[in-house]
Design a protein around this ligand. Structure first.
Ligand SMILES: Nc1ncnc2c1ncn2[C@@H]1O[C@H](COP(=O)(O)OP(=O)(O)OP(=O)(O)O)[C@@H](O)[C@H]1O
Length: 240
């Protein structure tokens, strides 16, 4: 594995009194895509919310490189290089594509025009629709806008919650291609994906969560080839 860029170490976390994460540890290597899979309610989204500061770890540590970020506020975490794309309602429907992108950059110190122009180059579908309201976009296009909005801050690490949720298989494939493009351009990615085989298929590493803790982890290909992981978590014996 490459050097860790994000480390979650022995974290308990949850909502109010209700514990969801139980001694959860995982590591994202620099430049990698890592995918969290597992059953509904396992705590996958809770991991992202805890890393992004929406929930405070009750115990344990969250580190960006060597820096402790556990318990920092999201607005501070975003400034030091972590972006977050929520699963739903991740764009402002009544704002234009351009306004959505610029809102993604409110915490920037400068260079907003340049980075927005680069994003239009990279995602021509957004360029074609700059002045359209985001609610006019298709599901897949909205997901691209949500990625692009997070990229305006030029994060080192992007947290993505279920990029394929609610999308038809062909559109989901295009969105996964975009996840890979973002990664190729240098952003490390920690992704939650219900569509476990497809998510692991584009990932370097995988973590299988169940009941708030990591039950299996390893190279994504090894998890896909592991009969026990397949049987328990990937919906059967079928190989890739
Ligand atoms: N805001 C909340 N308040 C209280 N409990 C919550 C809240 N959000 C999630 N939970 C609970 O935390 C547990 C883990 O939820 P989480 O969303 O992290 O699971 P998940 O693995 O992402 O599953 P899913 O695929 O269903 O989203 C579930 O039991 C859920 O009901």
């Amino acid at each position: 594995m490459t050097d860790p860029i994000l480390t979650v170490d022995g974290v308990d976390s949850g909502y109010g009194e209700v514990q969801v994460l139980d001694d959860l540890s995982l590591t994202l290597g620099e430049g990698e895509i890592a995918c969290l899979v597992g059953p509904n309610g396992a705590g996958k989204s809770t991991v992202l919310k805890t890393v992004f500061g929406m929930l405070e770890p009750w115990t344990g540590s969250v580190r960006l490189g060597d820096r402790e970020i556990g318990g920092m506020a999201p607005e501070d975490i975003v400034r030091i290089g972590v972006g977050y794309v929520p699963q739903t309602e991740n764009v402002f429907g009544s704002l234009t594509i351009d306004e959505n992108l610029r809102m993604g950059g409110v915490a920037r110190d400068g260079g907003l025009d340049e980075v927005v122009a680069e994003l239009y180059d990279r995602f021509p579908i957004l360029d074609d629709k700059r002045t359209a309201n985001a609610k006019t976009l298709s599901g897949g296009q909205r997901q691209v806008l949500a990625f692009a909005r997070a990229l305006v801050m030029e994060p080192d690490v992007l947290l993505i919650d279920e990029p394929s949720a609610g999308l038809a298989p062909n559109t989901a494939k295009e969105v996964f291609d975009d996840v890979e493009t973002v990664n190729d351009l240098g952003t490390s990615i920690l992704m939650v994906e219900q569509n476990a085989r497809e998510g692991l298929g584009i990932s370097d590493r995988g973590f299988v969560l169940d009941q708030g803790t990591v039950k299996f982890e390893g190279e994504a290909d090894s998890l896909l080839d592991d009969p026990e992981v397949s049987r328990l978590y990937l919906g059967g014996e079928s190989r890739r």
